[in-house]
Each structure stands twice: as structure tokens, then as C-alpha cells.
Design a protein around this ligand. Structure first.
Ligand SMILES: NC(=O)c1ccc[n+]([C@@H]2O[C@H](COP(=O)([O-])OP(=O)(O)OC[C@H]3O[C@@H](n4cnc5c(N)ncnc54)[C@H](O)[C@@H]3O)[C@@H](O)[C@H]2O)c1
Length: 318
């Protein structure tokens, strides 16, 4: 990471991935400037870094140039701030566009003004839509089936054009389902919330046959730093996943097993698609990431255990 300099900006720092990334950067000796408007992020996510002398936090919006002007003299930008919900992008496509597309251009403009050398964009596997090839390589066509996926594909396209036009060292990281402590969205969190209310009956969205690639948060942070450090910042994209996949049915069983509730809970699948725009099958081809030395360290079972431990502490499920 030393090739990037010492002062880095993390947008969306109070969110799930942003807070873990900031922790790791501070622990590695970087000076981290964090920006977040706290629309979904939480101050408690930053409890371990907020008092560090190497961390400063600005409450501000990526759409507001006045707020961005506080984040000056940075060597790299990790742009994670986003409207990150697929259902919300269906309800309000213009708001999704505003934050995810215009917000990303705004950050790229900030990078241009500030002569920032590295721009790391948090993209998503949703850019592929229902991929025709599994595991899916990066050169697979992008055919998003959600507005969220479309907004991420547009963000990637701007990273590429800014790289080519203005020489900004940009890279797009196509995160798959990242999970772990502080993840307050997605299937695992949803199931835990339901179980907290009722341990006898569990409603699961969809058929249970949805099959997805889950990557533990520490591995996602490893991958993020590995790509950044590699210097492969030429406007291209990297898949960030485990390379494996698991059905929701299997995930439910692993989660219940970890909670000691298997066989005690009556499971009811709603059938159909969980929500409009939800991709049914994902699996990353991580050959490109492996080429940089990436090896996922935390398997799904262990990751679920860490997630459940965190959830129990914070939300009190017994
Ligand atoms: N978590 C995943 O599995 C996953 C998968 C694919 C892509 N991603 C992408 O990775 C990034 C981080 O994801 P996450 O799970 O940590 O999401 P998150 O929702 O937890 O974090 C996003 C953060 O951005 C902040 N934010 C939103 N709008 C903002 C604005 N206008 N100005 C400033 N801050 C703003 C929110 O308050 C929040 O703290 C996002 O770009 C997301 O789309 C995440």
C-alpha cells in the first residue's frame, strides 16, 4: 500500500464495508479521512477508530462539493458511499441514479481536481444480471436486471473513461455478497431478525434455490487492498467473491445449525423471486484476483459463526 502515499479518503466510511476497511487502513499506519452522510451508516461502526489520531471523520455528502472540499490532500480515494439497496433502487430509480452515478462522477471530479493517483470504486456483481456463464469472468457481458446494477455499471464506465481521459488510476471492484459483523442488510441479517421475534417459524424469501457467492468481510478487505496495492489501476474491473456458491436453503441450514435451532424451526419459503431485480444465481470467477495472490481465508461456516456471535452480542438473540 505504500505506493499510494499515506493519506486516503474512504467515502461511506460508517457503512459495513467502509468501517472495516477504515479499521484495517488505520491499523496499517495510514491516515484515513472518512466521509459519510449517515443516511444508513452508523457511528457505532466506527467505535474502534474514531479516537485514533490517524482517523478524521467528516459528516458530509458526496453530492455536495462544499463537503468534499474538506477532504483535501489525499493520495487515494476508496469510493464506497452508495445507495446500496436493490429494492430501494426499484422504488426510486432517480434517487439511486443521483447517489450512485452522479455521486460517483462527483467523486471522480474531486479526484481530478486533487490530482489523486488511485480511485477504487465499489461496484457490484449485480452488473452481470443473470450471468450466462458461472463462475462468471470479468469479461462477461454486463446486463443488469436491477436499477442498482445499472447504476454500478454506469459508475464503472465513468471510472474507465476518467482513467483514459485524465489518467486517474481507477479500478472497479465487483463485490459479491459480502457478509460478517456489522452487515445489517441481506439474507443473513433478515433471517436473524425474524428468528429474534419467533424461533418456531421462519419465513424465507424465495424458493430457497437461489444460489450465491458469499465472501467474508475480512477477505473482502484483503482483496480490496491487494488490488489497490497491485497497481492494476487501469480502469478495469475485478470480481471480489469467494469463487464458491451456496443455496439459500443451505445457508438457512448452516445458520440454524450455528444457533442450535435445526429441527426446532418450521421453515416456510415464500416461493417466487425474493424481490424484483434479485439475481438468482451468482458465482465469481476469481482467477484474476487469484493472479494477484488472493486466497480467501474464512470459509462460509466460520464466517457465519463470527456473524452470529456479533449479532447475538448486539441484538440479544438467545
Ligand atoms: N455489502 C455487499 O455485499 C456489497 C456487494 C456489492 C457492492 N457493494 C457496494 O460496496 C459499497 C459498500 O457497501 P456496504 O454494504 O458497506 O453499504 P452500506 O450501505 O453499509 O454503506 C454505504 C455508506 O454510504 C453512506 N452514504 C450513502 N449515501 C451517501 C452520500 N450521498 N454521501 C455520503 N455518504 C453516503 C451511508 O450512510 C453508508 O454509511 C457500496 O457502494 C455498495 O453498493 C456492497
Amino acid at each position: 500500500m505504500r505506493r499510494l502515499g499515506y493519506r486516503v479518503l474512504v467515502t461511506g466510511v460508517a457503512g459495513f464495508i467502509g468501517s472495516h476497511l477504515a479499521e484495517r487502513l488505520v491499523a496499517s499506519g495510514f491516515e484515513v479521512v472518512g466521509l459519510d452522510n449517515f443516511s444508513s451508516g452508523l457511528m457505532e461502526n466506527l467505535s474502534s477508530v474514531k479516537n485514533s489520531k490517524n482517523f478524521s471523520l467528516f459528516k458530509g455528502d458526496i453530492l455536495n462539493d462544499g463537503d468534499l472540499s474538506k477532504a483535501k490532500d489525499v493520495d487515494a480515494i476508496f469510493h464506497l458511499a452508495a445507495q446500496s439497496s436493490v429494492p430501494k433502487s426499484t422504488e426510486d430509480p432517480c434517487r439511486d441514479f443521483e447517489i450512485n452515478v452522479r455521486g460517483t462522477i462527483n467523486m471522480l471530479e474531486h479526484a481530478r481536481r486533487e490530482d489523486v493517483k488511485a480511485f477504487i470504486f465499489a461496484s457490484s456483481s449485480t452488473v452481470y444480471g443473470e450471468a450466462k456463464i458461472l463462475p462468471t469472468p470479468e469479461d462477461h457481458p454486463l446486463q443488469p436486471i436491477s436499477n442498482y446494477g445499472a447504476s454500478k455499471a454506469a459508475g464503472e464506465a465513468y471510472c474507465s473513461s476518467y482513467c483514459s481521459l485524465y489518467g486517474i488510476g481507477a479500478v472497479s471492484l465487483r463485490y459479491y455478497n459480502i457478509f460478517g459483523p456489522r452487515c445489517r442488510r441481506g439474507v443473513m441479517f433478515d433471517l436473524m431478525q425474524k428468528l429474534r421475534k419467533d424461533k418456531e417459524r421462519l419465513e424465507v424469501l424465495g424458493t430457497g434455490g437461489q444460489e450465491k457467492d458469499y465472501l467474508y468481510i475480512d477477505d473482502a478487505v484483503d482483496a480490496t487492498l491487494l488490488v489497490t496495492e497491485s497497481g492494476s489501476l487501469k480502469g478495469e474491473a475485478f470480481n471480489v467473491g469467494s469463487g464458491g456458491s451456496c443455496t439459500v436453503r443451505n445457508l438457512v441450514s448452516l445458520l440454524l445449525g450455528e444457533l442450535g435451532l435445526d429441527r426446532k424451526v418450521k421453515i416456510a419459503y415464500t416461493g417466487g423471486v425474493s424481490w424484483p431485480g434479485d439475481v438468482q444465481r451468482t458465482q465469481a470467477d476469481i482467477t484474476k484476483l487469484r493472479g494477484l495472490g488472493f486466497v480467501p481465508k474464512v470459509n462460509l461456516e466460520t464466517g457465519i459463526k463470527f456473524f452470529v456471535d456479533w449479532y447475538k452480542k448486539g441484538y440479544g438473540l438467545r
